[in-house]
Design a protein around this ligand. Structure first.
Ligand code: CAA
Length: 260
């Protein structure tokens, strides 16, 4: 895969994807979105990868948004195409069999905050900043922000962020549930990799079923969600990993999952 705007490193089942346009604070232009689309597909398919981390290059920004220079002269049709592409990519992250963790190392604004929200778990450096500043540009969040932000932090808080366009710091993001955890900037990648490693040690079928149950269940009412969960629970008993996991527990030894 030819990557010019993203870096990819795979170590012990954990892929680290770094958005690498530091001169533009890692803003997402069309080329970067195209690469991200290919890479999310590849992460889903590659058996070497169990968990993916997304972060930004440098210490200043995770992703400072969609690229404003790219968008300035777009027609409504081109803007729709770009938004639909981002929606495909972000839905691909949510629907991927592999867990995705955002390691937010600086500004996560607009499309950057939206990218972080599409990930399953968000870790943030104490210096990270979050916001949906689109209203300052005369537009609205277009990569899922109006939909994922209220689902994550509630309607009132989401509308306050979206309507004021103001940024919040990592502590406030933690307080309102926008991030899972904050750590010292120098420890962000190590801590995120530690978390990724814990998840990567589980069996892939169980990871996939857990993620599927939560992501798809959130779109259902509680009764349908529980019925769906029961089906997935049944499916987990068709895996060799279930036999191994339970045998290992009863034999008081670590499980050796075989991803099947
Ligand atoms: N698109 C394109 N370029 C960007 C960018 C973006 N989103 N954000 C920053 N840059 C560029 C700047 O233009 C600047 O480039 P030059 O050095 O060539 O002038 C470089 O990155 C450094 O940025 P600043 O000089 O502005 O750095 P700063 O420290 O003074 O400010 C900042 C940092 C507060 C993050 C500021 O850059 C900023 O406000 N950026 C824009 C944030 C934004 O509005 N994001 C939302 C975009 S719209 C969107 O994402 C829509 C959607 O929902 C998909």
């Amino acid at each position: 895969m030819n990557l010019e705007n993203l870096l990819l490193e795979i170590v012990e089942g954990v892929a680290t994807v770094t958005v690498n346009r530091p001169g533009a604070l890692n803003a997402l232009n069309l080329a970067t979105l195209a690469e991200l689309e290919d890479l999310v597909g590849e992460i889903g398919r590659n058996p070497e990868i169990r968990v993916a981390i997304i972060t930004g290059s440098g210490t200043k920004a995770f992703v400072a948004g969609a690229d404003i220079a790219t968008m300035r002269d777009m027609s409504p049709m081109e803007a729709r195409e770009m938004a639909l592409r981002a929606h495909r990519i972000f839905a691909g992250i949510e629907r991927s069999a592999k867990p995705f963790i955002a390691a937010v190392n600086g500004y996560a604004l607009g499309g950057g905050c939206e990218l972080a929200m599409a990930c399953d778990i968000r870790m943030a450096a104490e210096t990270a900043k979050f916001g949906q500043p689109e209203v300052n540009l005369g537009i609205l969040p277009g990569f899922g922000g109006t939909q994922r932000l209220p689902r994550l932090i509630g309607k009132g808080r989401a509308l306050e962020l979206i309507l004021t366009g103001e940024m919040i710091d990592a502590r406030e993001a933690l307080r309102i549930g926008l991030v899972n955890r904050i750590v010292a900037p120098g420890e962000l990648l190590d801590e995120t990799r530690l978390l990724a490693g814990k998840i990567a040690a589980k069996g892939l079928p169980a990871l996939q079923l857990c993620k599927q149950a939560v992501i798809n269940g959130l779109e259902m009412d509680i009764a349908r969600g529980c019925a769906y969960e029961a089906e997935l629970f049944a499916n987990s008993f068709a895996t060799a990993d279930q036999k191994e996991g339970m045998a290992a527990f009863l034999e008081k030894r670590p499980a050796a999952f075989r991803d099947c």
